[in-house]
Ligand binder design. Structure first.
Ligand code: HEM
Length: 342
């Protein structure tokens, strides 16, 4: 994943961030549904990362947009779990309880998995190297997992973030972000934007795209966890949503969106230790670097040039909607207005 910081992948993500902004401003700038466009952006970036020089252009091409739609607007996770836990009853479920399949996305991944001309930095190139023992179908399955893991997480995370920044009480944070972006030299490295980093961490702290339990199996011999002996084979878990709120000496007023809490040097080590949006350890998120680069490049592109506010016709609910392990805005729509900064 450190590959992401190389020139070619960065340029491809930047190109998609620019496309996102031009889509926002070519539409009615007074009301843009960023929910849909951010999911297109996340899908285009993750498919490029996997299949470069290929990759979808759902921000621009109608058939590719259909794939985003197929992957994002459904309730299949609950239904898949229902089938998994009640396999003998599944054949008798009424039609509306069956998970929606994703034939367009599956066909796309299969077609891409047979590509032979791949950029060195693409995931598929690595999965297909001579020393890899994966069959084409296994490489395709791995890519489909990455596609699913990379679309709603980054799309929803960015959506909650832009929604928060657009609230009237948070416009001062937006102004501080603009000040930092505007003061930086054009070629400033992404890591040098301290305020941008704080905004991203705070949005992922308040509304982690995977907020619910991350189960882990206690290995043979059992383990001692925080003074408790936990027998082997027990399933333990903790949730990013709770970890980010359980200790208000580390995160005071934990439900308040306040990026500036991340700027204080005092307590930084403990805040970072409890930042759990990407999980940690051996099964933590392998897409973290890609997600952060996507988020930084897009936000830099938007907030260097535009101010966003809640659109007058925004009525959809932005409450966290429980998707078993992940969450998303309940109304699956987030209308914002874009105003160019003179
Ligand atoms: C803001 C965006 C993202 C967040 C918050 C996020 C969060 C997470 C979390 C919490 C897990 C651990 C799940 C568990 O323990 O059960 C995870 C796993 C994973 N993520 Fe992400 N993710 C994001 C973006 C991405 C992207 C863009 C990709 C694609 C490249 C990706 C690929 C993966 C994969 C493949 C795993 C499974 C790792 C494994 O089990 O070995 N994620 N992610």
């Amino acid at each position: 994943m450190t590959n992401i910081m190389k020139e070619k992948p960065m340029a491809a993500i930047h190109e998609r961030a620019t496309m996102f902004v031009s889509k926002c401003v070519e539409a009615d700038q007074n009301s843009v549904d960023v929910y849909s466009l951010l999911h297109c952006y996340a899908l285009d970036c993750v498919t490029h990362f996997m299949f470069s020089p290929g990759g979808l252009k759902s921000l621009d091409i109608a058939e590719d947009f259909d794939i985003m739609h197929e992957l994002t607007y459904h309730q299949s996770l609950q239904k898949n779990l229902l089938e998994y836990y009640l396999p003998s009853l599944a054949p008798y479920f009424p039609k509306f309880l069956h998970a929606r399949s994703a034939p367009k996305a599956n066909q796309y991944v299969l077609d891409m998995a047979s590509q032979t001309e791949l950029d060195d930095h693409s995931l598929l190139e690595k999965l297909k190297r001579k020393e890899s023992s994966l069959e084409v179908m296994q490489a395709a399955a791995e890519c489909k997992d990455h596609m699913a893991a990379g679309i709603d997480t980054t799309g929803d995370g960015l959506c909650f973030l832009m929604w928060e920044l657009s609230q009237p009480e948070n416009l001062s944070f937006q102004q501080s972000l603009y000040n930092e972006l505007n003061a930086a030299p054009a070629n400033a490295p992404l890591d040098s934007y301290v305020y941008l980093d704080a905004v991203i961490k705070e949005a992922l702290r308040c509304a982690p795209p995977i907020p619910m339990s991350l189960p882990r199996y206690v290995p043979a011999g059992g383990r001692e966890i925080d003074g408790y002996i936990v027998p082997e084979h027990t399933i333990v878990s903790c949730q990013p949503y709770s970890v980010h709120r359980m200790n208000d000496s580390v995160f005071p007023d934990p439900d308040r969106f306040n990026p500036e809490r991340w700027l204080a040097e005092d307590g930084a080590a403990e805040r970072n230790r409890l930042f759990f949006s990407f999980a940690t350890g051996g099964r933590g998120c392998t897409g973290k670097n890609l997600a952060l680069v996507e988020m930084k490049l897009l936000l830099r592109e938007v907030y260097s040039h535009y101010r966003t506010t809640v659109a007058l016709d925004m009525t959809a609910s932005m409450k966290l909607d429980d998707q078993i392990i992940s969450s998303r805005p309940q109304g699956q729509s987030c209308k914002l207005a874009f105003t160019a900064i003179e």
